[in-house]
Design a protein around this ligand. Structure first.
Ligand SMILES: Nc1ncnc2c1ncn2[C@@H]1O[C@H](COP(=O)(O)OP(=O)(O)OP(=O)(O)O)[C@@H](O)[C@H]1O
Ligand SMILES: [Mg+2]
Length: 367
């Protein structure tokens, strides 16, 4: 599976970009602020319906434009399909299309072209709050237990309704029990899918860490939820926390509080890991994400690597390059220093395609 054509319109500073990437390594170089990350963001948008930089998609629209869009032609199993996503400035609505038709859901759209992104902000996976790690779990769930995505939507809806009822009508509102029953059944399904995703991830990530960081360090990755295992216990806990949830205007118990606990030698990574160890953890989690999606889907996800040369120490560059050397799928990599990628001997010869971005315009780079 690989992307054979990319067409972007009014994505950040990229007014109009059309190009045909190669099936393996695509190196996109350019000075700071020229549009490299925006290019990857545009590709990611058409594959996943999301951005890896923001949850407010209107930010992606070129200032002053009414619509932004991204379209990919994806080659797979001898055939090809086209998928596109448009964003409207007014209201921010997303319009997804697969071969010109509206997909049954955004999850059905996002599952078509597996893609894994690796960008500098992602160190938050290891250093930041739990939201990043839940999103990682959910990206894995999307590809390993697609139907469970509907459980999550149903859970969130029930949770909001119950909170609304609590806050507007109080702890004796008659519909609370009904919402809580839905929260329990959908919430447990979400937990089950995430626990499974976590198990798949942890195995690969722990191994990868062993290779990337020092072999004497041990990474442990495990799923953490405050949701009780049985329906009865969960329902009782919800009923008992009505007062608190009402007062705090938020729901204390549920999968929306889940986390993926990361420990280095038995201590919380957030508290003890060094900068280099945080990077190694993130790289390990990413390697796991790629591996798990590949195993589940039978296709290699397209890899987007943003800003590869920035503040990389030598050891990590080597770890990254050897990791990339093992990748058999399509890779898009941005850098301000293409010569650095060259000197590491990555993807030489006809496997490699070079492009350059300057002030929002893409050209084929002359070797
Ligand atoms: N909605 C928008 N409309 C127009 N321009 C935008 C919009 N959002 C961001 N920009 C601009 O687009 C330019 C390209 O940003 P981008 O993040 O893609 O640069 P980059 O090449 O990745 O740079 P760096 O090497 O510093 O990461 C920046 O000048 C940014 O200010
Ligand atoms: Mg950038």
């Amino acid at each position: 599976m690989f992307i054979e054509r990319v067409s972007l319109r009014a994505i950040r500073n990229l007014r109009s970009i059309d190009f045909a990437p190669g099936p393996r390594f695509n190196v996109i170089s350019g000075e700071n602020g020229q549009g490299k990350t925006s290019l990857l963001e545009g590709i990611y948008l058409a594959a996943t319906s999301r951005s890896f930089r923001t949850s407010r998609l209107q930010e992606l629209i070129l200032h002053g434009e009414a619509i932004a869009s991204s379209k990919l032609v994806v080659s797979q199993d001898g055939g090809s399909h086209e998928q596109s996503l448009g964003i409207q400035a007014a209201g921010g609505a997303r319009q997804a299309r697969v071969d010109g038709k509206r997909p049954p859901s955004l999850a059905a759209f996002a599952v078509k072209t597996p893609m894994v992104v690796f960008h500098p902000g992602e160190v938050a996976l290891s250093t930041g709050p739990s939201g990043e790690r839940r999103r990682l779990l959910d990206r894995v769930v999307l590809h390993t237990a697609f139907t469970k995505m509907a459980e999550q939507i149903a859970y969130t809806r029930a949770m909001r309704e119950r909170q609304e009822a609590l806050e507007t009508r109080g702890e004796r509102a008659t519909d609370l029990e009904e919402w809580e029953t839905l929260m329990v059944s959908h919430g447990l399904a979400v937990c089950e899918a995430r626990r499974d995703a976590s198990e798949r991830l942890s195995h690969v990530a722990e191994h990868a860490f062993h290779r990337i960081a020092s072999p004497s360090l041990v990474l442990r990755v495990r799923y953490l939820t405050n949701v009780p295992e049985t329906e009865d216990a969960y329902r009782h806990l919800l009923a008992a926390s009505r007062g608190r949830d009402r007062a705090r205007k938020s729901v204390a118990i549920g999968p929306h509080r889940d986390d993926l606990v990361l420990e280095v030698d038995g201590h919380a990574a957030r508290q003890v890991a060094s900068q280099g160890q945080h990077r190694a953890i993130v790289l390990s989690l990413k390697a796991a994400e790629i591996d798990v999606i590949h195993a589940a889907r039978g296709v290699r996800p397209v890899l987007l690597l943003d800003d590869v040369s920035s503040e990389l120490d030598r050891a990590r560059t080597q770890a990254l390059v050897s990791f990339l050397g093992e990748q058999r799928g399509q890779v898009f990599l941005t850098t301000t220093r293409p010569e650095l990628i060259e000197s590491e001997g990555l993807g030489g010869g006809s496997d490699r395609h070079d492009f350059r971005v300057e002030r929002g315009v893409l050209s084929v780079a002359q070797g």
